[in-house]
Design a binder for this molecule. Sequence first.
Ligand SMILES: [Zn+2]
Ligand SMILES: [Zn+2]
Length: 89
Amino acid sequence: MSPKEFTQDVKDRAYIRQKHACAHCGEKLAVDSGFAHFKKPVELGGDSTLQNCVILCQKCHLQYGHISKWAKFVITQDYPYFAADGLPH
Ligand SMILES: [Zn+2]
Ligand SMILES: [Zn+2]
């Protein structure tokens, strides 16, 4: 596994922290149906810690997590279901 991926433990904790809901739309996610997304891209020095992990549903991950496969990352802290302090609303 690449060191620039989240470990299962981090993903599990992120799921629990968000109460198994997508950080953008709040949709409930079945276990392992969400995508662990780097809030700060690895390319910009983001690391694979829980603090840098946000869980998005597939739709939001495609629409908001990443602009396209060329411009890979959208840098945003604007996750309606994910407060700035890292706790779910
Ligand atoms: Zn979503
Ligand atoms: Zn992502």
